[in-house]
Ligand binder design. Sequence first.
Ligand code: NAD
Ligand code: ZN
Length: 253
Amino acid sequence: MQAKLDQIAALLKAARRVLFITGAGVSAESGVPTFRGATGAFANGLTEEGIPFEEVLSGTTFTRNPKLSWKYFFRLELSIRGKEPNAAHRAIAALQTADRAVCVATQNIDELHQSAGSTNVIELHGSLRRIICTVCDYRVYHPTFEGMPELPLCPKCKELLRPDIVLYEEMLPEDALGRLDREQDRGFDLIFSVGTTSIFSYVTWPVALASRSGIPTVEINPDETPISHLVRYRLAAPAGAVLRQTIERMNRG
Ligand code: NAD
Ligand code: ZN
C-alpha cells in the first residue's frame, strides 16, 4: 500500500489534468450513509414500506405517488443536513492549483465537494437542495427542508415541486454529460474513481478508456467493484486517510 501511495503521489505531482469520479462512499466519512452499505440508508435494500429504494426513488413512483417519494426526499435531506466535508473532499479540493486542473464528476447530491472548495464539480445526479417545479420554470434553493409541507407545491403555478436530482429511470442531465464530454476531450493525465460501486456506464467508460490508452487509473474503495480489475492502482481502504496520506507524500516528495 505504501509503495502504491508513493507512485500515485508522484503521478499527481506531475499531472496537469486530473479527473475524480466520486460516489456515495466519498461522503461516508462525513456521516452521510451510502444507500447500499452495511450501515446504509437502505441497508437491506428496502424501505419501511417494503419497497426497494430504487423503486421509491424512481420517476414512476414520483409520478404515481409523489407523497411517498417526498417522504424519502425528506429522509435524504436529513441524512445530509449539517454534514461537513471530510478529509477526502478536502484533499481533492486541495489538489487544485494554478498548474493542475481538477475536475470532479460526482454522483452525490450533497454538495460536499463544493463546500470543501472544489470549483469544477459536475453533478451527474443533480443536487437535492435545489428545488424545481415539475411544470414551470420556478426554482429555489432550500438550505434545509425543515418546515416544508409534506407535498411541496409551486408558489407560481401550484403544480408539484421536486428536488433537482436524477431519479431512477430518468436520464442524466445533458448539460452535465456535455461538460464531462468536453473535459474528456481535453484529456486527463490521471483518473480516480472514489467510493462508487461503478455500475453506471458513465463511471466505467472514462476508466475503461483510460486504461486502454495507458492513462493511469486509481480506484479507492474498501469493496471490489466492476472496475476493480481495470484500474492500475487499487486501494482497498476508506477514502479520507488514503487521500490525505497521498497528498502528504506528494508535498514531501
Ligand atoms: P454507490 O453505488 O456509489 O456505493 C457506495 C460505494 O462507496 C460502495 O462501493 C462502498 O464500498 C463505497 N464506500 C463506502 N465507504 C467508503 C469510504 N469510506 N471510502 C471509499 N469508498 C467507500 O452508492 P449507493 O449508496 O448505492 O447510492 C446509489 C446512488 O445514490 C449513487 O448515485 C449515490 O451517489 C447516490 N447517493 C448519494 C449520496 C450523497 O449525496 N452523499 C448518499 C447516498 C446515495
Ligand atoms: Zn410552477
